[in-house]
Design a protein. Structure first.
Length: 226
């Protein structure tokens, strides 16, 4: 029986490319998001509506998927602040980013835990960012998006804590930096093709073992300092 992957934020960008690639490799793909995936998925990918910033939407998804095994959960959905900068950002904007980028993946991991336990591979892959690294993030090009940086740092702690709490279930939890990808979020100056990022992420996810749980690495397998 084919393995099943559930990908959040699959309507476009990296999430969409991951969905397409997994489908092409024979996986059962559940693509979730606020918008239906674009062309390239017809007939091979199941769409499930989901707003990761809404706890009720997450609960509804878990109810619809009750009893269905999920081998891999890819927490990909994320946003950046529309008002970056120390003196510009608004508290509500900051909290909106954290709610999407940090709380959403945590609630999804909790809600879909029974599905992952029922699966064979049992992997949660959180798409993080080197921008959230205390050790390396400030070495990147200048980025004053406090909300995004803080949300990704917090997601790393979510990964580390989940790795501890879900070890009893044999669930492997990863934090993965996708690179500076040519997507709407990455912008015009990005250097990495979305196809290459998705291919690298799949390689790491598909080969993950319990010994990798709680790790933070790039799409091509280079460890990142917390």
């Amino acid at each position: 029986m084919a393995a099943t992957v559930l990908i959040t934020g699959a309507g476009r960008g990296l999430g969409h490319e991951l969905a397409v690639q997994y489908a092409h490799h024979g996986w059962r793909v559940i693509a979730s998001g606020r918008t239906h995936p674009a062309q390239g998925c017809a007939g091979r990918i199941e769409f499930q509506p989901l707003d990761v910033a809404d706890p009720a939407s997450i609960c509804d998804l878990a109810t619809r998927l009750a009893g269905r095994p999920v081998d891999v959960l890819v927490n990909n959905a994320a946003i950046r602040s529309e008002i970056p900068g120390l003196h510009s950002f608004a508290p509500d904007e900051f909290l909106k980013v954290v709610r999407t980028n940090t709380l959403g993946p945590l609630l999804l991991a909790r809600a879909l835990r029974p599905n992952l336990v029922a699966g064979r591979m049992r992997v949660i892959a959180n798409i993080g960012s080197r921008a959230g690294s205390m050790a390396e993030g400030l070495l990147d090009d200048y980025d004053d998006d406090y909300a995004y940086r803080c949300s990704k740092s917090a997601l790393n702690m979510v990964c580390a804590q989940l790795a501890q709490d879900l070890r009893v279930d044999g669930i492997t939890v990863l934090s993965l930096h996708p690179g500076w990808v040519k997507t709407d979020m990455g912008g015009d100056q990005a250097i990495l093709a979305v196809e290459d990022s998705a291919r690298g992420l799949r390689t790491i996810i598909d080969s993950a073992t319990p010994g990798d749980s709680g790790s933070f690495q790039t799409f091509d397998g280079v460890p990142i300092g917390w």
